[in-house]
Design a protein around this ligand. Structure first.
Ligand code: GDP
Length: 605
């Protein structure tokens, strides 16, 4: 059970973010911490001092940081953004400041996560815009453990009243955010007072030094009582010939799971038992827990993939929906606006999104309510409703912060981030609960999906051939079926008429019943896909709503949409458009090649 024991004190490490307004003394404080804890490379302090002497520049502790970073940037280590130091109690890693995109990226991807924060405020200048902005961002990301360093006390004559004025002003602001500091420390980073050593100039202060306050922070220990959450990053095949097992890989964000536990994957709701934990060159593991990167195998082997969230069946289920009420902050130069497409990233899920509504906009630096607005500008915080193109699995931040954080990407760059406050009902809610129940009750075959895929040299796939009413969709679908069949594929063309008068015999044909028709089609498709088939369905003028029903009911990555005709006349997002001319010239060949390119069909070796 070794792997389940938390790290011991000697090797424990705390990830820390140091934030504050520019020039309030962050770098000086960090330089001091490095120097006073003996964490600098031998001779570094003397080297920087000597350099300052030669160039007649007064020595600054902040230069130590620059010197370290320069050294790293020259390739000694790739880790230029992080600084390390240690106290007698443990090691510390200082991360990027919260105003930086890199910090956000790390917080969301788990590359590095702040467990605690030091907020530095200049006693002389008092609380400034960024002091407040950063506190707001940290609170939204769920970093709730913080100490406030009131710096440059020497400039304030070490006066208690100056210190207390800052405590009062900033304490009130933190309270508005629902935060409280574990310590308020009057400091002179330049002279080293109350950093590692107690200051003799401030005998009126009875509290801890910065180093003591740091050592008092609680590390974010994996809490075994929290629900198990592991976003699926990828699914790998064993490379051994004849070994059809698949490894589901990810990093555990919360809780723990042991071999034998029943797991549920969301949004699909598929269930499987945790069969083995695969570890490289380490003894056989029987469990995985928060903070560990893991690869697991499942029984039965279900279809899951990147974007799903693995959870334990005996614990609280996550939320699943495509509409979210969120609190976010915006860092993009261009404002966040409705009716524009963005990419939403949460856990391992990446989904196109739009802003459905902006409910409230607040200035992040003073929390002043700017009222309902039609856009969110840089450095503003907003409460919004987001509409995602598909549902995702997550937790609301009040339940579990790590799986409730997200970022918003525009033009390949992170522009904002925040946390989910509430899961809102969406159109697919009723349908989704049916699908979840169906997947929970599904009677799995002993022949795994993977073995079928190997036998037939194909992935189960639904090809939807659609287009304008007079386009020859059926002809194309039939051609494709024939071409695939000739090459030995397990393939079937299903015309809508075959469903309408059979499975749908009891259903009316109006607009109101359209979703139910598609739901039933999806259920038929689900069985045939489970049997390993490539299923080709043709239907006139499919809409995005029709496709949403299919994508809610079936693994979305198994669906391809092909539009036949000059232009797409509905709101459908298509994977492939084939003009009539192309259809006549290349027809089914084009689609056959598409399926090969997408590795739906492959050679048996
Ligand atoms: P940062 O922008 O927050 O990283 O701030 P720096 O650490 O670069 O400090 C900005 C300026 O404030 C530098 O000139 C420092 O020497 C000065 N400074 C930092 N801490 C103190 C302090 O405790 N007392 C005084 N008098 N100056 C300080």
């Amino acid at each position: 059970m070794d792997a389940l024991n938390g790290p011991t004190v000697a090797t424990s490490r705390l990830q820390l973010v140091v934030s504050g307004h520019v020039d309030h003394g962050k770098s000086t404080l960090v330089g001091r911490l490095l120097a006073d804890t003996g964490s600098l490379p031998v001779g570094k302090l003397e080297q920087v001092r000597a350099l300052c002497g030669r160039t007649s520049k007064p020595f600054e502790y902040a230069f130590l940081l620059d010197a370290l970073k320069d050294e790293r940037a020259q390739g000694i280590t790739i880790d230029a953004a992080r600084v390390f130091f240690k106290s007698a109690a443990r090691h510390y890693v200082i991360l990027d400041a919260p105003g930086h995109i890199e910090f956000l990226r790390n917080m969301i991807t788990g590359a590095a996560r702040a467990e605690a924060a030091l907020l530095v405020i200049d006693a002389h200048e008092g609380v400034q815009e960024n002091s407040r902005r950063h506190a707001t961002m940290l609170s939204m990301l769920g970093v709730r453990q913080m100490a406030v360093v009131v710096n440059k006390m020497d400039l304030a004559g070490y006066r208690r009243e100056t210190f207390e004025a800052v405590v009062k002003a900033f304490g009130a602001f933190l309270a508005e955010l629902g935060l409280s500091a574990t310590a308020w420390i009057p400091v002179s980073a330049r002279h080293g007072g109350n950093v590692a050593e107690r200051s003799h100039e401030m005998p009126w202060y009875p509290g801890p030094t910065v180093l003591e306050a740091l050592d008092a922070f609680e590390p974010d220990r994996p809490a075994p009582d929290r629900p198990f959450r592991m976003p699926v990053q990828d699914v790998y095949k064993f490379t051994n010939l004849g070994d059809a097992r698949r490894i589901v890989a990810g990093t555990v964000e919360s809780g723990r799971a042991s071999v034998g536990d029943e797991l549920v994957f969301y949004p699909s709701g598929k269930r499987a038992r945790l069969e083995t934990v695969e570890a490289f060159s380490s003894p056989e593991r029987v469990g995985i827990e928060a903070g560990q990167a893991a690869g697991v195998t499942l029984t039965p082997q279900i279809f899951t993939g990147r974007g799903e969230l693995a959870t334990r069946a005996d614990q609280t289920a996550p939320r699943v929906t495509s509409r979210l009420r969120v609190r976010l902050f915006w860092l993009g130069r261009d404002p966040l606006v409705p009716r524009k497409d963005y990419l939403f990233k949460l856990g391992s899920a990446r989904v196109p999104m739009r802003v459905e509504a902006i409910h409230r906009v607040v200035d992040a630096s003073d929390l002043a309510d700017l009222g309902g607005r039609d856009e969110v500008e840089r450095h503003q915080v907003a409460e919004c409703t987001l509409k995602l193109q598909r549902s995702v699995a997550f937790d609301v931040s009040a339940d579990l912060a790590v799986t409730g954080r997200f970022v918003i990407v525009d033009a390949h760059d992170i522009r904002g981030g925040g946390s989910v406050a509430e899961a809102l009902p969406d159109r697919a809610e009723e349908l989704r609960s049916k699908v979840l129940l169906r997947n929970a009750k599904w009677v799995p075959s002993d022949v795994s999906t993977e073995r079928r895929a190997q036998r037939y040299s194909q992935r189960p796939t639904l090809v939807l051939v659609t287009g304008e009413p007079d386009a020859d969709r059926k002809g194309l679908a039939r051609d494709l079926e024939a071409r695939l069949f000739e090459t030995g594929r397990l393939v079937y063309f299903l015309g809508m008429g075959s469903v309408l008068y059979g499975v749908d015999a009891d259903l009316a044909r109006g607009r109101d019943e359209r979703r139910e028709h598609f739901r039933r089609l999806a259920e038929v498709a689900n069985i045939l896909l489970d049997a390993g088939m490539i299923l080709i369905v043709s239907a006139a003028e499919l809409t995005q709503d029709d496709l949403d029903v299919l994508k809610t009911s079936l693994p979305p990555e198994l669906i391809y949409t092909v539009w036949v005709g000059e232009q797409v006349t509905t709101d459908l997002g298509c994977d492939f458009v084939l003009t009539e001319a192309e259809r006549e010239r290349r027809g089914a060949d084009a689609l056959k090649t598409l399926l090969e390119d997408e590795r739906v069909t492959f050679r048996p070796w």
